[in-house]
Design a protein around this ligand. Structure first.
Ligand code: B12
Ligand code: SF4
Length: 559
């Protein structure tokens, strides 16, 4: 499933895949370090309708590996430990989670290494300040960054943040472990593949890249016991449709495609590797007993690539007689999804499925290197709908070079999807995320005004209406907003007009708290936020729409 990109270590080109490095399960360090892993709070636009809060899967994986190697590890989940404490930061941004002081107060004294996770570039302005605060408190600790943001622009991160010692690029487990080994034995960092670091002389150095972990079944399961998972589970938080206590999991790693707006190839290389389906289910069965979960939400960027694999996975769920639901919320590719696969998915409890056509214009698809056949995708959607799956589609508008004609073709696709019976859509403006080929092109052409400033980073977040910019040369941001509005209006207008029963189902889902579609979940989260704003004391954000109705009823009936 993998292909090899050109081999040059320039930050602008995909990193080469070095020969397979065996993940050393059972490795024990001779000199354990005190390691604190920190996730900063979530930052989204204060106008975001609904931005999901999810458990930190990557950090949980990293913590498990570090702990298994014998280090003393602590995780401070700046989101999960501060749920229900939203505040406004820098006027336009909603900060959800712990403040600098609260995070610092939770770190056990004198850590040798503090690892900061930054998954989203829009969260960098806060993470940046947090690093400064932590370095001031513990000048002797080494601060290391990891996650998508640091992997995308490590030199920029180190250059703008002198308190940072190194950035780990890409998949973190092996690289971070090797980094810790070098720190504990005071060995030179130039030997650690996969990092960019500040040398003793103060210069920023990029080491050679590291291959992806091949034997993924050996990676220790996420250390959820170090993370306040119950806070997320009890509030039914996650990225998928609310369906009870849902566990975030990975069935595969990476993606073999190279879309121009996605950082996959820089972060993961175009190498897709599935786990053994039986071991994925063993892990889930463990969670069922340990955390009383009933639903899996896969965080994989591309779960369904191999037909044999997905059929085996679905059959195994049936064979084990697991009474669970599961979801594939991130946009899937259509190649493997046919009627047989859709039937197997539905028969094994899968109930939601995301597709990502992104655009209805073949010209745009070519320009963004989204090698997808729209006719094939519509067929896959139809197969899923016929088997009773709830289908969501992701659309993007405003790509560089996109014309009005391209957008109209996309709007037509949106209408067709609604006509087919697709349940939900998202229509997002294109954002040039660091680490993506389109970002690099726009940056090199000088078309990203205010690049690397805090407002620029903050604008790269959930539907930031106030600062949405159009990267198309053919229409401006006002027009982009109109198109975006049109996209939603066409989709939901047509859906509710031709399928009015869905309006009833929507309200039923909101009232019962057991959702069938992503739209219900988004509205639920929206109501929670609205209530929090209007009647904050009564309605902490932890209450679901159903709980709010019960509260209201009790108040009205003086109970
Ligand atoms: C699932 C997902 C989500 C989920 C939740 C993800 C989560 N874990 O919390 C949801 C739906 C919430 C989400 C939201 C958004 N997402 Co998203 N998401 C993903 C996706 C598909 C998978 C992430 C994942 O769990 N991977 C699996 C785990 C194991 O990997 P990992 O988290 O990266 O962790 C590994 C390494 O990063 C590293 N690591 C991580 N932390 C640390 C820390 C240290 C110290 C070290 C050493 C290493 C390290 O080690 C880990 C183990 O190997 C990625 C794409 C991808 N391929 O990864 C996009 C991705 C991360 N998302 C992206 C974006 C842009 C967003 C949004 C901003 C979109 C928007 N328009 O608003 C929002 C964020 C808003 C917000 N502030 O909350 C971009 C980020 C690009 C960027 N530079 O900002 C990505 C890369 C997709 C893309 N377009 O290229 N997302
Ligand atoms: S957008 Fe999806 S299909 Fe394209 S490279 Fe990224 S993860 Fe793969």
């Amino acid at each position: 499933m993998s292909s090899t990109p050109s081999s040059t270590s320039s930050p602008r080109t995909p990193r080469p895949i070095s020969p397979s490095i065996q993940f050393s399960r059972g490795f024990k360090t001779a000199r354990p370090l005190r390691v604190a892993l920190v996730r900063p709070p979530s930052l989204v636009s204060r106008y975001a309708v609904a931005a999901p809060l999810t458990p930190p899967l990557g950090l949980a994986y990293l913590a498990a590996t570090v702990r298994e190697a014998g280090h003393q590890v602590q995780v401070v989940d700046g989101v999960g430990e501060g749920l229900g404490k939203p505040r406004i930061w820098k006027n336009s941004t909603l900060l959800r989670g712990l403040t600098f002081e609260e995070i610092a107060g939770r770190i056990q004294p004198e850590p040798d290494v503090i690892g900061i996770s930054c998954m989203y570039s829009c969260e960098w302005p806060y993470a940046h300040q947090l690093i400064r605060v932590l370095k001031r408190l513990w000048p002797g600790s080494l601060l290391v960054g990891g996650g998508e943001h640091f992997s995308a622009i490590p030199e920029q991160s180190l250059g703008s943040c002198p308190e940072l010692t190194a950035c780990v690029m890409g998949e973190g487990e092996e690289t971070f472990l090797e980094f810790l080994e070098h720190v504990s034995s005071s060995a030179p960092l130039d030997e650690v593949a996969g990092i960019v670091y500040r040398s003793r002389e103060g210069t920023i150095k990029r080491n050679g890249s590291r291959g992806r972990i091949r034997n993924v079944d050996d990676i220790p399961w996420p250390a959820w016991d170090l993370i306040p998972l119950e806070s997320y589970l009890s509030l039914n938080l996650g990225l998928a449709t609310l369906h009870g206590r849902s566990m975030p999991m990975l069935a595969t790693r990476g993606c073999p495609f190279q879309c121009g707006f996605c950082s996959n190839v820089y972060m993961w290389t175009p190498f897709w590797v599935p786990r053994n389906p039986g071991l994925v289910l063993d892990e889930f069965e463990f969670y069922m007993k340990r955390y009383r979960v009933n639903d899996i939400q896969f965080f994989d960027p591309n779960t369904i690539i191999d037909k044999k694999w997905i059929l085996e996975f679905a059959e195994d769920i049936v064979r084990r007689n697991l009474k669970i639901s599961w979801q594939i919320p991130i946009g899937t590719r259509p190649e493997t999804v046919d009627r047989e696969v859709a039937r197997a998915l539905a028969g094994s409890g899968c109930f939601t499925m995301g597709f990502a056509p992104e655009s209805g214009s073949p010209r745009t698809l070519g320009r963004i290197k989204k090698t997808v056949n729209i006719a094939r995708m519509k067929k896959s959607m139809r197969d899923c709908l016929r088997e009773g799956l709830k289908v969501k589609c992701n659309i993007m508008l405003g790509f560089p070079g996109e014309t009005h004609r391209d957008v109209w073709k996309t709007l037509r696709l949106i209408l067709e999807m609604s006509w087919l019976g697709v349940h939900d859509t998202s229509v997002y403006p294109f954002s040039p995320y660091p680490g993506t080929p389109l970002f690099e092109r726009l940056r090199d052409e000088g078309r990203l005004p205010g690049i690397y400033t805090d407002p620029w980073f903050l604008s790269l977040n959930y539907v930031e209406f106030s600062s949405i910019g159009s990267c198309s040369e053919h229409f401006n941001r006002q027009m982009l907003r109109i198109y975006q509005f049109l996209g939603y209006a066409l989709f939901y207008g047509t859906t509710f007009f031709f399928r009015p029963i869905r309006i009833f189902r929507l309200f039923r889902g909101l009232i019962t708290g057991r959702h069938e579609t992503k739209g219900e979940t988004i509205l639920d989260l929206f109501f929670r936020r609205l209530m929090l704003k209007t009647i904050p004391t009564l309605f902490a954000s932890r209450h679901s729409f159903k709980t709010i109705l019960v509260h209201l009823f009790r108040r009205l009936t003086f109970r």
